[in-house]
Design a protein around this ligand. Structure first.
Ligand code: HEM
Length: 559
């Protein structure tokens, strides 16, 4: 088969369209000349038409914002002038944007059938997500969700034995590095924790990225030689390739329909996916071979305790591509989301020590400084839940998202005196929970302040209970996150274990690389942007650029 890069494919199709466009202009011009008796030079018509076309500066500005901007920069100015819904119209295409709970509710729940991920999204994502749940639409969605759902029952998500093993490893690594006198990149540490937990939960075959060794600060004067092992190298290669593949598809989404032009010479996801596939494919093959020896599970019966997601999936299909895509999609869905949220929680605890102290008090009073927490302990820790929710409100890990309308519809205007917005069929509809969850008209005048108490005092009734659609870090409706409870458990478990072992945490900007520091101009801005001490950036999910470098104080075991 001839290999065609996405760029060449795009140009081939583009030339056909361009040819048709030029041909139409010349034909029209000749017919006008024949009837009206005068002739406009073709070059003038083409130039005029091209100049009338929206200029690339919008795209350029968006890319600049992505490089040095705060999430939502550019959009917040428009929102301040025109309200929470407007048409961004990027490169000849309508792009409706909203940060209004009513419209997001329509897209995700009440008018769900009318908003799909769409063909363009599938094309952009296909080389990485394949046919998995994230990249599915329409009638195939219930199938994808039903085959993975059995893994997310209460028993399965309370995987505390697995979390405990990995959390102990995290704490050992953290302690070891801090005792050497160095700060630790907490984001990197959490990415290793969630990668190891996810690969064990999904495949029963852990990548062991925690064993590969933590990075030292970029300016460390002495870096001891790292004991390299084949397993450690493979883990680092996998983690790196996995991240790169996700970055490639998120850049495609941002470039819009012209993205193939950035991939004229090669499909940028090809190399990283080769590494990712070389890890997953043998595991899938082995699972299929093992399937022959598995006892037949009764219909409707839940997977047994030791069963992994892959074990469960091989009972439904023999197709190695479906098996690989499905497990990889869940790994993408569950790994960075949880790692980044844990990172932003620690960022909050480091910047507001009162929250850290109060949270630690709750944890110690419930489970002491060494007992392993169980499901009921976590359910009873109200302040812990409030801290996690406050983090997900201010730093939702999927800050921006997009759907595409199937049929024409309308969105009610937030201003009752205005007419509704018309949404033509096939329109891209982008929405931002990041911007919605910081709106003062929805959350009160202190919306930009970190305050977990808003989840415990009368503000809960005033705002969220009245309209739950103002808080959507896991989305809503038929495609709500499948791993929501798993994530709450995993994050709660890790935070409890950390606070049992450490009494305080502080940021260590001196160890952070230059790209980790927020641009100096941010200090002139209002709101959180003006006081931010990290640089939040986005690929498919939000993360802290350059990592989160922290030092922590060990507990001496006496609280
Ligand atoms: C803090 C952690 C997490 C957050 C904030 C989060 C958020 C989200 C969001 C916003 C979506 C919707 C994406 C879209 O439709 O465009 C989603 C979907 C999904 N999430 Fe999560 N997630 C988290 C953790 C997890 C975990 C741990 C798992 C699994 C182990 C998981 C599995 C999934 C799956 C399978 C979907 C796709 C559902 C579908 O398309 O129908 N998530 N998640």
């Amino acid at each position: 088969m001839v290999y065609v890069t996405p760029g060449v494919d795009f140009l081939a199709k583009g030339f056909l369209i361009l040819g048709a466009f030029v041909g139409t202009i010349i034909t029209l011009n000749s017919s006008v000349a024949a009837r009206a008796g005068y002739h406009i030079p073709t070059w003038m018509l083409l130039a005029g038409t091209t100049i009338a076309i929206p200029v690339l500066s919008t795209i350029y500005k968006m890319m600049e914002n992505l490089k040095i901007g705060y999430p939502g920069d550019g959009l917040d100015e428009v929102m301040a002038k025109r309200g929470p819904v407007f048409n961004m119209r990027v490169l000849w295409s309508d792009l409706m944007f909203t940060a209004s709970p009513e419209h997001i509710k329509a897209m995700l729940a009440t008018d769900f059938q009318n908003y799909v991920k769409g063909e363009r999204f599938h094309y952009n994502m296909e080389s990485v997500l394949g046919t998995g749940v994230f990249n599915s639409d329409g009638t195939s969605v219930p199938f994808h969700r039903s085959i993975t759902r059995p893994m997310f029952t209460r028993e399965r998500i309370s995987h505390f034995e697995l979390f405990d093993r990995r959390a102990s490893q995290v704490i050992d690594k953290l302690r070891e590095r801090l005792r050497e006198g160095y700060a630790v990149d907490f984001q990197d540490l959490m990415s290793r924790f969630t990668l190891d937990a996810a690969t064990e939960f999904l495949f029963g075959n852990c990548v062991e990225s925690l064993s590969a060794g933590l990075p030292y600060p970029y300016n460390a004067t002495y870096v001891p030689p790292i004991k390299r092992t084949a397993k450690g190298d493979a883990a680092n290669a996998f983690a790196h390739a996995f991240l790169e593949a996700q970055e490639v598809i998120s850049v495609r989404e941002r470039y819009g329909w012209v993205w193939p032009l950035a991939e004229i010479f090669k499909d940028k996801s090809y190399e990283p996916m080769k590494i990712v596939n070389s890890y997953i494919e043998p595991i899938v093959k082995e699972a299929l071979e093992k399937k022959r020896n598995l006892p037949i599970r009764e219909k409707g019966k839940e997977p047994s305790d030791g069963e992994t997601l892959l074990d469960s999936l091989v009972r439904v299909t023999d197709d190695p591509v479906v098996l690989k895509d499905e497990t990889l999609n869940i790994m993408i869905a569950g790994r960075d989301t949880t790692a980044s949220t844990l990172t932003f929680i620690i960022y909050m605890l480091a910047t507001v020590p009162n929250i850290m102290n109060r949270l630690r008090e709750e944890i110690l009073s419930k489970v002491g400084n060494s007992r392993r927490p169980d499901y009921d302990d976590i359910r009873d820790m109200k302040y812990l839940r409030a801290v996690i929710n406050e983090t997900l409100r201010l730093y939702p890990i999927v800050p921006f998202n997009v759907r595409e309308s199937v049929n024409a519809s309308t969105w009610k205007s937030d201003d009752p005196n205005q007419k509704p917005f018309f949404i033509p069929a096939g329109t891209k509809t982008a929405y931002s929970v990041f911007m919605m969850q910081r709106r003062t008209d929805l959350w009160g005048p202190d919306a930009e302040v970190i305050d977990p108490d808003r989840w415990l005092d009368e503000r809960l009734k005033t705002y969220v209970s009245k309209n739950p659609f103002i808080f959507l870090p896991f989305n809503a409706g038929p495609r709500i996150c499948l791993g929501q409870q798993f994530a709450y458990n995993e994050m709660s478990f890790m935070i409890i274990r950390l606070l049992q072992n450490f009494t305080s945490v502080e940021l260590h900007p001196g160890s952070a690389p230059p790209e980790a520091h927020p641009p100096a101009v941010w200090a002139e801005a209002g709101g959180r942007k003006g006081i931010e001490k990290v640089f939040p950036k986005m690929h498919l999910t939000m993360y802290t650029n350059g990592g989160l470098w922290v030092k922590m104080t060990e507990s001496d075991g006496t609280n």
